[in-house]
Design a protein around this ligand. Structure first.
Ligand SMILES: Cc1cc2nc3c(=O)[nH]c(=O)nc-3n(C[C@H](O)[C@H](O)[C@H](O)COP(=O)(O)O)c2cc1C
Length: 253
């Protein structure tokens, strides 16, 4: 049977129309679930950075939400180094936060947000830990993660990356729980509050012997350097240092 050109084009247009309706309905219908999953993923990374859940531990959605009840998301204005009040924080959309050119740095950061979401882990009504977002260049990729600091703002409780594309087995070992465990108990700052934490080539030894040093990732000096440089930047004067200073002085811990 021969179909006319008009019929073929009409039929193809009808199929396209029906498919586009199906796809947009699915997209709109699933958007809420996608947003919820995104939030859950972020919450999980925050909890992993703080070792409130172990790396690789399978925790249900309810489990994560329950632990997260003791975590308070805050919005830090990096231009004033102050926390926004709850109303302003509720209206905060990280994807629309204004960005400014970053001061010169070795972490490959060209633009930085003026406001960032940070997290306070609450224990017995006090802030026990601060979980701060960090970002910078590895060898192949921009690496996004969190560093968890004790309320003394010096002792590191954990470091985790939730988005990076370094080579598995080399730079990708930033995700290895054994390496992540090495960060616990090291000191981010020296006695004069200069950023002192760094990754060294080879083994650094335990925190008591090498409080400011962490083992390098073997065969991945460049990724390791990226981690050191981004911590140097974000924990420094152009990053969180002024806020951490005012946090210490506020006696909120
Ligand atoms: C295919 C390939 C992938 C690599 N991926 C990484 C990586 O993800 N991170 C990294 O630092 N180095 C990576 N390297 C190695 C770097 O080129 C460089 O040799 C290394 O960082 C030096 O570290 P080392 O002094 O510990 O050997 C890779 C090399 C090759 C050939």
């Amino acid at each position: 049977m021969q179909y006319s050109m008009k019929y073929i084009f009409g039929f193809a247009a009808a199929v396209c129309f029906v498919c586009s309706i199906l796809i947009s309905t699915a997209n709109v219908g699933l958007r809420e679930r996608q947003e919820a999953n995104k939030l859950l993923d972020k919450q999980k990374s925050v909890l992993q950075a703080a070792w409130l859940i172990e790396p690789g531990e399978r925790v249900s959605r309810e489990g994560i939400e329950q632990i997260f009840e003791n975590v308070r998301a805050r919005v830090l204005d990096l231009t004033t180094n102050t926390l926004l009040d709850d109303d302003a924080a509720a209206a905060f959309d990280p994807e629309r936060a204004p960005e400014a050119a970053a001061p010169q740095n070795k972490a490959g950061i060209r633009f930085m947000p003026e406001q960032v979401e940070i997290y306070e882990v609450i224990e017995d009504g006090q802030v026990a830990m601060l979980v701060l977002p960090i970002v910078g260049q590895g060898l192949w990729s921009t690496m996004h993660g969190f560093i968890a600091l004790d309320a003394d703002t010096r002792t590191i409780r954990g470091l985790t990356y939730y988005d990076q594309a370094e080579t598995p087995g080399l730079g990708g070992e930033v995700d290895n729980p054994r390496w992540k465990r090495l960060w616990q108990g090291r000191l981010a700052y020296d006695d004069d509050w200069n950023v002192a934490i760094e990754i060294v080539k080879g083994a650094a030894g335990p925190p008591e012997e090498a409080p400011h040093q962490v083992d390098g990732l073997s065969g991945a000096t460049l990724t390791s350097r990226g981690v050191s440089e981004m911590l140097q930047f974000w924990l420094g004067e152009n990053g969180y240092a002024p806020f951490l200073k005012s946090f210490r002085e506020s006696g909120r811990a």
